[in-house]
Design a protein around this ligand. Structure first.
Ligand code: NAP
Length: 292
């Protein structure tokens, strides 16, 4: 059986480190401030926003939660973002994705002050990731995956990492991070997507597989070879009458069969999810530090 990579435990370690940085900032009169903006009432988004707010409070951040009605217009939202850009008590701004259909997300992201864009989606931060300029912010989920691998003692350097999915939130920035020319990178990265031919042949040549495609239990035992490391980013709801909520959460990996072949694997939930929030907190602390 594979070793379980415990995202909650690694996230706790991240928080323990951050508490020291936060105390130092407070001694200098700076309280890290994070504003999370939610437009509409999507239940999953609400749950994410709640857990981010809770974590901010636990760490002693200044936490601002803006819950705006679904009727909020693009120009109203832009005005809110402008306000937050100017607010010196706010170091990080996150506009929860996806916004309602009438909002153009790309325009909102471009309106953010890049130095407060702790989600790492502003074009300036994307460019800095490509350029390997460490002053930028990388997206939180890819950062969380990288940190999980490093903290679990898994060698990234020189490894063949196959990333399933090429989204701007996970797959693409993760590939960029892991191929960076530094000791937390140096991987040989292959990115596969819905148009890739011979997907199983490619995943079978991996040392590390990161699945981020949003397809419940897609990656099966015959996609991998013995001893591979599996990072499951997927969060999918599948119907489950036995569960009080009527559904349960599963990843993009068929955990039961794959864990019999892999050397290490992340569970869903309790793997990448907690790391995403931890890296959001880490990016906010860095934004506050860089504001000094
Ligand atoms: P997304 O924007 O929908 O992108 C999915 C990617 O997977 C696309 O590149 C798509 O290919 C590819 N894909 C879809 N079906 C495929 C198939 N059958 N074979 C190969 N590739 C396939 O999704 P996302 O936002 O990256 O999220 C992916 C998953 O991660 C979701 O389950 C999401 O809930 C989860 N997630 C978790 C966290 C966390 O904190 N744990 C954070 C973010 C996302 P094309 O480009 O060709 O369409």
């Amino acid at each position: 059986m594979a070793k379980l990579i415990d995202g909650r435990a690694v996230a706790e370690k991240v928080y323990a480190d951050l508490r020291g940085n936060i105390a130092e900032l407070k001694a200098k009169g700076v309280t890290p401030g994070l504003a999370v903006v939610l437009v509409g009432d999507d239940p999953a988004s609400r749950a994410y926003v709640r857990s981010k707010d809770k974590m901010c409070r636990e760490l002693g951040f200044h936490s601002m939660k803006l819950e705006l009605p679904v009727s909020t217009t693009q120009s109203e939202l832009l005005a809110r973002v402008e306000q937050l850009n100017r607010d010196s008590s706010i170091h990080g701004i996150l506009v929860q994705s996806p916004p309602p259909e009438h909002i153009d997300e790309a325009t909102i992201v471009r309106a953010l002050n890049p130095r407060k864009d702790v989600d790492g989606f502003h074009p300036e931060n994307v460019a800095k990731l490509v350029l390997e300029d460490a002053s930028g912010f990388a997206p939180c989920t890819p950062l969380g995956v990288q940190r999980l691998l490093l903290e679990s003692g898994i060698e990234i350097n020189g490894a063949h990492v196959v990333v399933l999915g090429r989204s701007m939130i996970v797959g693409k920035p993760l590939a960029l991070l892991l191929m960076q020319k530094n000791k937390s990178g140096n991987a040989t990265v292959t990115v596969v997507h819905s148009r890739s031919r011979n997907l199983a042949e490619i995943t079978r040549s991996a040392d590390i597989v990161v699945a981020a495609i949003g397809r419940a239990e897609f990656l099966k035992a015959d996609h991998i070879r013995d001893g591979v490391v599996i990072i499951d980013v997927g969060i999918n709801r599948v119907e489950d009458a036995a569960n009080a909520r009527g559904y349960r959460l599963v990843g993009d990996v068929a955990f039961e069969e794959v864990s019999k072949k892999a050397s290490a694997i992340t569970p869903v939930p309790g793997g990448v999810g907690p790391m995403t929030i931890a890296m959001l907190m880490a990016n906010t602390v860095r934004a506050a530090t860089q504001s000094l």
